[in-house]
Design a protein around this ligand. Structure first.
Ligand SMILES: [Cu+2]
Length: 158
């Protein structure tokens, strides 16, 4: 799967420059086409979540959940509520308080794959940055958040 990621990027780079020269001039922001992939890495420890990365609106998004703690932890977010989620790896899907949650046992890793619909701002024609909180339904004090950003920016390598 890694190779297709690179192929896509190679393909989109020239396209991005074209899009930027059209849209970027007006907004001053580097806007990017939607057909991209976003990766968010969530390392789960017993004392909380550590989040790396973000995704872009309309992008195929992978949330990688790595449980480095000593007990089972959950990942639940309202972003999972209205989208079909494909689960890869070791997670158990449950419903907690009416919201989907994915339980990952200690030492296990799972990936959630989904695409969140693009939300366009009708006045500017660009999509909005949104912040999504998530939480552990087993330990309510555990909380984290990630971003869906309209700009491409630096996607922290790795
Ligand atoms: Cu937990």
């Amino acid at each position: 799967m890694k190779w297709s990621d690179h192929t896509l990027r190679g393909f989109w780079v020239p396209f991005a420059f074209g899009a930027m020269s059209l849209v970027g001039l007006q907004t001053g922001l580097p806007t990017f086409a939607q057909a991209d992939e976003g990766k968010i890495e969530v390392t789960i420890k017993d004392d909380g979540y550590h989040v790396k990365g973000h995704t872009t609106p309309g992008a195929l998004t992978r949330i990688i959940l790595r449980n480095e703690g000593t007990m089972t932890h959950g990942f639940s977010s309202r972003i999972l509520k209205d989208v079909p989620v494909r689960k890869e790896g070791d997670a158990k899907e449950v419903v907690a308080h009416g919201v989907k949650s994915f339980h990952v046992d200690a030492g296990k890793t799972a990936t959630l794959v989904f695409t969140k619909a693009v939300k366009h701002d009708s006045s500017t024609g660009i999509s909005e940055t949104e912040q999504y909180g998530f939480w552990c339904d087993i330990h309510p004090q555990m909380k984290g958040e990630f971003l869906i950003v309209e700009t491409r920016g630096e996607v922290g390598g790795g």
